[in-house]
Design a protein around this ligand. Structure first.
Ligand SMILES: Nc1ncnc2c1ncn2[C@@H]1O[C@H](COP(=O)(O)OP(=O)(O)OP(=O)(O)O)[C@@H](O)[C@H]1O
Ligand SMILES: [Mg+2]
Length: 256
């Protein structure tokens, strides 16, 4: 059965999309069949995988409006094991439209569950908020991956994220687990980065993933070419780190 990984943190710019794209691509080169679901109206995961709004007829907006069209919304990418349900700006409207619907947290689950057996992994890139889109993702998935940027305010807001996660677990999706906290944009030469790493290790002794993603320019350049870093500079430190993350996740299981 496939594993569904939700990449979430309501803080902006912490590496959710970079992680979604490059974790998915790394799993795909390991010949795991992967579906990325882009749940952010900014559509960065879509463009970062070379899928642009002008080439797509159906997006995650349509899937949330009518879960029965999910199979049709799956687009291929340049990698044979990697597919995507892209996003579009309309997704902002989906959130507003969902508000008045009954069981509004479960539309994504209705859409993706019928597809899940076609994949080894489903990776959902969430927007930087804890609104209905992220709640829909948490009601679909079993494993939450939380990227944290190595900077002074890294832990700010994490309490609210964990509170939401706990609420979802008690009320909406008892199967959800924390896969782990992932440190991103780490700079070992920077004392603050090292200090933040140690603080986070103390705060999440069991949940901090072993793999640490370094700050690497190649990771920020690759999306403008519509490619994951593996297709842009396979020998970069960034590519190496996300391959290691994929191996760690394949062998790790989420904990309560
Ligand atoms: N390890 C890294 N090294 C260098 N740059 C990075 C790294 N990870 C992410 N970035 C850059 O930092 C910026 C924010 O990253 P990203 O878009 O992945 O964050 P996000 O959490 O998805 O943001 P948002 O909350 O807006 O969706 C981007 O410009 C990205 O290219
Ligand atoms: Mg993003």
């Amino acid at each position: 059965m496939s594993r569904i990984i939700i990449v979430a943190n309501q803080k902006g710019g912490v590496g959710k999309t970079t992680t979604s794209i490059n974790l998915a691509a790394s799993l795909a080169v390991m010949e795991k069949k992967v579906l990325v679901v882009d749940l952010d109206p900014q559509a960065n995961a879509s463009s970062g995988l070379g899928v642009y709004p002008e080439d797509t007829r159906l997006s995650s907006y349509h899937v949330l409006s009518d879960p029965s069209c999910s199979a049709e919304a799956v687009h291929s990418t340049s990698m044979s094991f990697l597919s995507i349900i892209p996003s579009s700006q309309d997704l902002v409207a989906a959130e507003l439209e969902l508000v008045s619907k009954p069981a509004r947290e479960y539309f994504l689950r209705d859409a993706i569950m019928p597809l899940r057996d076609d994949y080894d992994f489903v990776v959902v890139d969430c927007p930087p908020s804890l609104g209905l889109l992220t709640l829909n993702a948490m009601c679909l998935g079993e494993e939450v991956l939380v990227p944290l940027q190595c900077e002074y305010f890294a832990l700010e807001g994490i309490a609210r994220l964990l509170q939401t996660y706990g609420l979802v677990r008690r009320r909406l999706n008892p199967d959800i687990r924390l896969l782990g906290v992932l440190l991103t944009m780490y700079d070992g030469r920077n004392r603050l980065s090292r200090q933040v790493k140690n603080d986070i290790r103390k705060t999440f002794p069991q949940h901090l993933l072993e793999t640490i993603i370094p700050r690497n320019i190649r990771l920020s350049e690759a999306p403008s070419f519509g490619k994951p870093v593996l297709g842009y500079d396979i020998h970069s430190k960034g590519a190496e780190a996300y391959l290691q993350l994929a191996r760690e996740i394949v062998s790790r299981h989420a904990q309560a």
